[in-house]
Design a protein around this ligand. Structure first.
Ligand SMILES: [Fe+2]
Ligand SMILES: [Fe+2]
Length: 268
């Protein structure tokens, strides 16, 4: 099921399939009679993607003023692209690491996260369409799958970099984006981003939970392992300001991320 989502190119089709598979998974889990066996899979190294948007290196993606209508469309387009990548990232962790024995709750968490990312993509696409644009109308960043490729052999590395660094970054920047759309009076985008903001906390928390679980299984110090894996797989320093409150809620204490930042923490 995960591989089927990964090999579906069209965004709306991918997310529809993702939601159907998530519903089937949870239906089987709640009946408790015949849960869907986890099995193993051979996911592609790169998920299928639509012909549009054109994928450019971050330097080539044109910058637009965030205060202008075109800037707001560009911002939503970038969010839609992130959400579609996130759908694939969550199904990929399920498909790629099926050989690592994990409790069923691990799969429940990522299926739920994938279902929510699918909803987020559709919500943001709806906002783009209401503003006369659509996903695929603008170029998008090509580098977003890099983290998945770099950590394709390393489950702990994947958890450290994807939910605990990249998705945690979403918690830092989303309140500012909500402010931009509130100021512009675009209620649909405010509502979509508020849903995203509320649900992303759990995705970071799933990452932290299973990262700590794996460290505990190996009797390793989670903070030390986290620092080593982020330095190995993540290219660049983490950028303050951090949303310390939401990060705490998601199980990310300050001594995990401040030592990786390019600034000194406020009270050090
Ligand atoms: Fe999301
Ligand atoms: Fe997420």
């Amino acid at each position: 099921m995960a591989t089927e989502v990964l090999t579906t190119a069209d965004g709306r089709e991918k997310t529809a399939l993702s939601r159907r598979h998530a519903a089937a998974w949870f239906a089987a889990r709640s009946e408790g009679v015949a849960p869907i066996p986890v099995g193993t899979a051979a996911p592609p190294l790169h998920p299928a993607r639509p012909a549009r948007p054109e994928l450019l290196s971050p330097r080539e993606v044109p910058k637009r003023k965030p205060g202008s209508p075109a800037g707001r469309i560009a911002l939503l387009h970038a969010v839609a692209h992130i959400e579609l990548n996130a759908v694939d990232l969550h199904w990929d962790i399920i498909a790629r690491f099926g050989h690592v024995p994990m409790p069923m709750g691990f799969y429940d968490d990522w299926v739920k996260a994938a279902d929510e990312e699918s909803k987020h993509f559709n919500l943001v696409c709806g906002c783009l369409e209401a503003l006369g644009s659509h996903y695929g109308a603008l170029p998008a960043h090509a580098g977003m799958w890099r983290a998945a490729e770099d950590t394709a052999q390393d489950l702990m590395g994947r958890l450290a970099v994807v939910p605990m660094v990249l998705e945690a970054r979403g918690l830092d920047v989303t309140p500012g984006m909500i402010g931009i759309f509130r100021k512009a009076g675009i209620d649909q985008a405010v509502a979509a981003l508020e849903t995203i903001y509320a649900e992303e906390v759990a995705h970071v928390a799933y990452g932290s939970k299973w990262f700590h679980f794996l460290c505990g299984r190996e009797n390793a110090d989670p903070k030390e392992v986290f620092h080593a894996l982020v330095r190995k797989y993540f290219h660049g320093a983490l950028k303050p300001p951090f949303n310390e409150e939401k990060r705490a809620e998601a199980g990310l204490p300050p001594d995990f991320y401040w030592p990786l930042a390019d600034e000194i923490p406020p009270r050090a």
